[in-house]
Design a protein around this ligand. Structure first.
Ligand code: SME
Length: 163
């Protein structure tokens, strides 16, 4: 059985380093997309403070469709270019939104969300798998350490994805 480690009391970077090694252990040897995406969501959601949603939107060839996540039920489909998730998918750039009220096209699935970070997930062949989306009930919850940490976690996840 996988044991969640107690919260780290070092720096945020150290916390992410620790989380990354736990994540690698959790995903090790498994290549099932849904299984790994589900466990990835659960580990992040239960390891980082002040989150109200953490999960995947997967690209079905025409739009983003909600995938494995932790948190309240969410919007099911998001068009490319719409909202923070669709913007990350279309631009293929991480979207770090410190205050969703300032992001004109933000899609409020959960009214509690005040800030979010969305990482685009690109397969080895260059195609779009989807996005990884994490929301917080606090404004300014995410910073550059979170950007680097989430990107490293997503890179480890993408190493398990087969084309
Ligand atoms: N806020 C996102 C929508 C997804 S939910 O937050 C789970 C967006 O603007 O794309």
């Amino acid at each position: 059985m996988f044991e969640l480690k107690p919260p780290h009391h070092g720096s945020k970077q150290e916390h992410y380093d620790d989380l990354l090694s736990q994540m690698r252990g959790l995903l090790d040897g498994e290549h099932d997309l849904i299984a790994n995406a589900a466990n990835f969501s659960a580990l992040v959601y239960h390891s980082l403070p002040e989150l109200n949603w953490a999960g995947f939107y997967l690209y079905d060839g025409s739009e983003l469709v909600v995938g494995p996540f932790q948190g309240k039920p969410a919007c099911i489909r998001i068009a490319l270019g719409r909202g923070v998730c669709g913007t990350a998918a279309q631009t293929r750039e991480v979207q770090l939104v410190r205050d969703v009220a300032a992001f004109e096209d933000h899609i409020a699935c959960d009214a509690a969300s005040q800030s979010e970070i969305v990482v685009p997930l690109i397969k080895a062949d260059g195609s779009l798998l989807g996005v990884w989306d994490v929301d917080s009930p606090l404004t300014e919850r995410f910073d550059e350490d979170d950007r680097a940490g989430m990107q490293a976690l997503c890179a480890a996840f993408m190493e398990t994805v087969r084309n």
